[in-house]
Design a protein around this ligand. Structure first.
Ligand code: TXA
Ligand code: MG
Length: 341
C-alpha cells in the first residue's frame, strides 16, 4: 500500500481527502495535541481491525474514541457520569481521556470486550476538522508501532507506518508531546490510569480525591489484572536498554558521568550536556522546563535508534505537575529499571 502524506499547507483538500479515506474504511495518521494517532471510523469494526494490523497491537488493548463536540459523547456513552461532565467542562477540548460505560454501537474491535470505552475531545484543529468532515467518531491509538516511542511528528508516523496505512495528515509537531491523561470513571472512585497533559493536581482540583493506579510506579507482573490493558505491555522503548537515575539533577548527572563506558547513550537535561564525553548525548529540555521535556522526550528516545549505543542512562524529572507524565514515560522506556540516589 502506498502511504500518502497529506499536507494542508500546500493542499487545500487534505482534510477532505483524509475524511474520504476514513469513510472508505481506511486508516489515516491524524495529528492531535498530545501525539499523532492512527484513526479509523470507530463505528466500523472491520476498519478498526486494520489499526491493530498496522501497529502490531495486541488484540486485547482497547482504543480511545475521539469526538469533535461534547454532544457526540452520547453516541458512544448514553449514560454519561456527572463527573465526566465536570471534567469536560474544565479540560475539553484537551489531552484528557475518560473511561466511561460504553454504548451498544461500539464494536468489540474498539472496546476489546470491555464494557467501558475511553473518550477524548482533542483540541487540535486538524483532528477536530477530520472528525467533523468524516461525520463519525474516530478510534485512534498512538501512531507508533506497538512498543516503540509514540510519534510526535508526521515524519515519525511515516517512519513507522509507511506502506501500512492509506495516508498521514501532516499537522506539524505536537504541542504537548506525551499522550493524554487517562482517568477511569467506571470504578467506585475516579482513578488515574495514565498521567499526561492534564495533571493529577488539575484533576483533583475538580473532582477532589483521585486515586492513582499503582501501575504508574511499578512494573506489573503478567499474572496481575490491570485497569488499562495497555499498562502491561512494554512501552516507549528504544532498542538499547535504558537505566533511569532519579534524584537532584546535579547529582544524577555526576552519578551517570562516573559510569559511562563505550557506546553509551545519555538522555539528559540541557544543562548537563557537556558532562558526558565520547557518549551519544540527547538533551530533552532544561531541568525546570517540563513543557519542553514533554515535547522532546519521545523524539530524543527515538533518536538513539539511529546510533550504535548499547546502553542508555537517563535523567528524569520529579513527579510534580507534568513531571509525573514525563517521568512515567522515561521509567516505562526503562522497563522500570530505576536507581534512586
Ligand atoms: O494522547 C492520546 O491519548 C493518543 C491520541 C491519539 O489521542 N492516543 C493514545 O492511545 O495514546 P493508546 O491506544 O496508545 O493509549 C490508550 C491507553 C491504553 O493504555 C489503553 O489500554 C487504555 O488507554 N484504554 C483505552 N480504552 C480503555 C478502557 N476502556 N479501559 C481501560 N483502559 C483503556
Ligand atoms: Mg500508545
Amino acid at each position: 500500500m502506498k502511504t500518502t502524506l497529506l499536507t494542508p499547507e500546500t493542499d487545500e483538500n487534505a482534510v477532505k481527502t483524509a475524511a474520504e479515506l476514513i469513510r472508505a474504511g481506511e486508516v489515516v495518521g491524524m495529528p492531535t495535541e498530545p501525539v499523532y494517532g492512527l484513526a479509523a471510523n470507530a463505528l466500523n469494526g472491520e476498519a478498526v481491525k486494520n489499526i491493530f494490523l498496522a501497529k502490531g497491537r495486541p488484540q486485547d488493548n482497547p482504543l480511545i474514541g475521539h469526538i469533535a463536540d461534547f454532544e457526540q459523547i452520547y453516541d458512544l456513552c448514553p449514560a454519561v457520569p456527572p463527573q465526566a461532565k465536570q471534567l469536560a467542562e474544565a479540560f475539553w477540548p484537551g489531552p484528557l481521556t475518560m473511561i466511561v460505560p460504553k454504548g451498544d454501537c461500539i464494536p468489540d474491535e474498539v472496546s476489546c470486550g470491555l464494557d467501558t470505552v475511553g473518550i477524548r475531545l482533542p483540541s487540535h484543529p486538524m483532528a477536530r476538522a477530520l472528525i467533523r468532515v468524516s461525520g463519525v467518531p474516530l478510534a485512534a491509538p498512538s501512531a507508533n508501532t506497538s512498543g516503540r516511542p509514540s510519534t510526535t511528528t508526521a515524519a515519525h508516523v511515516m517512519h513507522d507506518m509507511d506502506g501500512k496505512i492509506a495516508a498521514v495528515l501532516d499537522g506539524g509537531a505536537c504541542g504537548v508531546g506525551v499522550e493524554s491523561t487517562v482517568i477511569t470513571l467506571a470504578l467506585e472512585r475516579p482513578r488515574l490510569l495514565r498521567p499526561g497533559g492534564i495533571t493529577l493536581e488539575q484533576l483533583r482540583s475538580v473532582l477532589g480525591e483521585v486515586d492513582v493506579d499503582r501501575a504508574l510506579y511499578e512494573k506489573i507482573g503478567d499474572d496481575v489484572k490491570v485497569s488499562a490493558p495497555g499498562m502491561k505491555y512494554r512501552h516507549y522503548a528504544p532498542k538499547a536498554p535504558v537505566t533511569v537515575v532519579r534524584g537532584n539533577p546535579q547529582d544524577t548527572a555526576k552519578y551517570i558521568a562516573e559510569r559511562i563506558g563505550d557506546a553509551t547513550g545519555v538522555l539528559c537535561f540541557d544543562e548537563y550536556k557537556n558532562m558526558f564525553p565520547n557518549c551519544i548525548v540527547e538533551c530533552f529540555g532544561s531541568r525546570d522546563d517540563l513543557g519542553a521535556q514533554a515535547r522532546e522526550v519521545f523524539d530524543r528516545l527515538r533518536a538513539f535508534d539511529d546510533t550504535e549505543v548499547t546502553q542508555i542512562w537517563a535523567q528524569c524529572p520529579s513527579d510534580e505537575g507534568l513531571g509525573l507524565a514525563v517521568a512515567n514515560r522515561i521509567k516505562k522506556a526503562a522497563g522500570f529499571s530505576v536507581i534512586e540516589i
